[in-house]
Design a binder for this molecule. Structure first.
Ligand SMILES: Nc1ncnc2c1ncn2[C@@H]1O[C@H](COP(=O)(O)OP(=O)(O)OP(=O)(O)O)[C@@H](O)[C@H]1O
Ligand SMILES: [Mg+2]
Length: 236
C-alpha cells in the first residue's frame, strides 16, 4: 500500500521534518506512528495523502508516485484515503451530517444513500442528536468524532488518523479504537499517529517511532500465543 524510499522533508531555514525515511506498509496492516511532539508524524501523514511532497526521495501510495503526481490526480488518490486530521478540519458552514456527507458526495453516491449512511455512522459514534448542528456548537471531542465519521463513512482502503483520540476521555478513546479496528477488520489499511502511551500499550500493532524526523524503531507486531497455541505448547 505504501512505500517510502529515502524520503526527506526539509523546510526553509534547513529545518528537517523528516530525514531519510525508507519503509513499506503492506495492504491490510495496522501501524502506529509515534514519537514525541515535533518528531514528524503529521508531516509524514500529510505526504501520504498528497498534501505535501518530499524534498527528496520517493513515496508510493496505492500505486501512485506522490513525488511525480500532478495536481489533477490528487483527488483520485484522496478518494481512496480517509483522513482524520489532528485539527479536524471540519467545514464550519456545513451541518454535522453534511460534513460527513461530503465524503460520499465526492465519491458520487446517491443523495438518499448519502443521508442514510452519514446518519448511521454518526449514530454509531453517539452523535445522532447532533446531526443538524454546526461544528462550532460541538465540544472538541464531539468534533473529533465527526471527523472520524467523515473519514470512515466510505470504507476507505487507507485510513490516516492523526491523534484520533487526542481530545477524548479514556472510554471514548477505546470506542473510537474499536471503530477503527472494525474498519481494519473489513480490510482498511490503518495508520494511527499517536503519542498516547496508554493506547500504544494496549494494542500489539506494528510501531514506527520517529525521533527528530528519523525513523528510529520499526517494531513488528507483538504476537501473542492464542488459546489454542498455548494449549499446543509442550508442558514443561
Ligand atoms: N510548514 C512548516 N514550516 C517549517 N517547519 C515546519 C512546518 N511544518 C512542520 N514543521 C516542523 O517540522 C517538525 C515536525 O512537525 P510535525 O507537525 O510533523 O510533528 P508531529 O510529530 O506531528 O508533532 P505533534 O505530536 O506535536 O503533532 C517540527 O519541528 C515542526 O516545527
Ligand atoms: Mg502532529
Amino acid at each position: 500500500m505504501i512505500q517510502m524510499y529515502h524520503a526527506e522533508k526539509r523546510y526553509e531555514g534547513n529545518v528537517y521534518a523528516l530525514r531519510d525515511i525508507s519503509l513499506t506498509i503492506e495492504r491490510g496492516e495496522f501501524v502506529f506512528l509515534t514519537g514525541s511532539s515535533g518528531a514528524g508524524k503529521t508531516t509524514l501523514l500529510r505526504m501520504l495523502f498528497g498534501a505535501d511532497k518530499p524534498s527528496t526521495g520517493q513515496i508510493i501510495v496505492a500505486g501512485r508516485n506522490i513525488t511525480k503526481m500532478t495536481a489533477s490526480s490528487v483527488p483520485e488518490l484522496r478518494r481512496q484515503i480517509g483522513v482524520i486530521f489532528q485539527d479536524f478540519k471540519l467545514l464550519p458552514d456545513r451541518s454535522v451530517v453534511d460534513n460527513v456527507a461530503i465524503t460520499l458526495e465526492i465519491a458520487g453516491v446517491s443523495r438518499r444513500e448519502i443521508r442514510a449512511r452519514a446518519w448511521n455512522m454518526l449514530r454509531r459514534l453517539g452523535l445522532g442528536h447532533r446531526l443538524d448542528h454546526r461544528p462550532k456548537a460541538l465540544s472538541g471531542g464531539e468534533q473529533q468524532r465527526v471527523a472520524i465519521a467523515r473519514a470512515l463513512v466510505n470504507d476507505p482502503p487507507l485510513l490516516l488518523a492523526d491523534e484520533p483520540t487526542g481530545n477524548l476521555d479514556p472510554d471514548l478513546a477505546l470506542d473510537i479504537m474499536d471503530i477503527i479496528a472494525d474498519a481494519h477488520a473489513r480490510g482498511t489499511t490503518v495508520i494511527v499517529a499517536t503519542h498516547d502511551p496508554s493506547l500504544l500499550d494496549r494494542y500489539p500493532h506494528r510501531r514506527l517511532v520517529l525521533d527528530q524526523g528519523r525513523l528510529v524503531t520499526d517494531r513488528a507486531p507483538e504476537t501473542y500465543p492464542t488459546a489454542i497455541g498455548r494449549a499446543a505448547l509442550p508442558l514443561p
